[in-house]
Design a protein around this ligand. Sequence first.
Ligand SMILES: Cc1cc2nc3c(=O)[nH]c(=O)nc-3n(C[C@H](O)[C@H](O)[C@H](O)COP(=O)(O)O)c2cc1C
Ligand code: SF4
Length: 392
Amino acid sequence: MLLAGVVEGEDAWQVWPEIVRTRTPEQVLAEVAASGLRGRGGAGFPVAAKWAAARSSPDTVVVANGDEGDPGSYADRLLMEADPGRVLEGLALACFACGGRRGVVLVRSEYPRALARMRIAVEQARAGGHLGRRIHGTDVDLDVEVVEGSGSYVAGEETALVAGLEGGRGCARPRPPYPTQRGLWDAPTVVNNVETLAAVPWIVACGGDIYAARGTLSESGTKLVCLSERFARPGCYEVELGTPVLRIVVELGGGLREGSDLTVLQVGGPLGGFLAADQLDVPLSEADLAGRGAALGHAGLVAFDQQVEPEEVLRHVWEFAAAESCGACSPCRVGSRRGLEIVRTGAPTGQEYARLLRVMGEASLCAFGRRVPAAVRSLARAYGERLAGWDQ
Ligand SMILES: Cc1cc2nc3c(=O)[nH]c(=O)nc-3n(C[C@H](O)[C@H](O)[C@H](O)COP(=O)(O)O)c2cc1C
Ligand code: SF4
């Protein structure tokens, strides 16, 4: 099996020593461009374009985002715990391609084992000559620091993450400037998800074209999907992008345990969306899911059965929004609290609710507030009759 593009069982650091000695940063960048790799952290931005935007300075920093806040996602935790060297090797290649000398791994505070393993892996990489001064006899210098996250959901958003690394509150700020222009301590900063970076060594070793042959035409490669505990076979699986969601649910997940029936499936975490059980014949890709009002996000799949009341799920989405809103902008700060008050009354909806969803979706500062309305609308659509009146 490939794990995020990596052959299972193969040790990390097989690719970097030769690449740093024999290739140029431009060649590494070109290989990643040919792969069509897009970010796996939720926004799906082309990786090579982001790297190219930050190549202006030797001060460029690359941050591996291991904050993984989506309830239902644990792919980054597994990668950091089970294969920390691979994450570091991808980070080293990213720094090399960007011309930067500094990498940072940000590990979610609730992941103490991942934090410890990443720290040990950095020590081992230094001892093996993969990090440090004059790496493998070249004039490349690179060091990596492992930092513990600040413990809120929004702190994983890239501008909030930069603020947190600078010691401030983990709140989002308007973009532009994008972190690639002005990020950590004003240096050009690339933020990439841990899973994104873990795919890079394979791409560089085997060729971008070969990676691009997997997946769909517009969304290449593979994705780790995490199935929640209601599945008969919960776990983290690697699939090609474009694999039908139904196949993932039935063939990999084995359906739900104890013969329960799936009623709705949450895809892509709180900023993703919901699919009805009869809507699963959709390819797992950002474009196809968007066509059904959902989003790929980090590809956590959380199953709900008939024992869970639709109103409970709706309330939970708003509770999450109200609890995790960072408060930096009023459409989301006020809207998420008011949305929760409205759904707690249990009496659907009216013009105020419709206006609230519209304003939050259009005027919120970051994707958190902008995506909540789409998520609650998709939930209402997925439950149909059972949530009649909430589909605004
Ligand atoms: C509210 C919010 C939370 C986020 N949390 C994470 C996270 O925990 N991990 C992550 O990789 N990206 C997260 N993102 C996306 C990042 O802002 C950013 O797009 C991503 O880290 C870039 O990496 P990629 O291009 O490799 O996907 C979050 C975005 C938002 C709006
Ligand atoms: S949308 Fe919400 S999470 Fe994002 S900046 Fe505004 S208040 Fe913070």
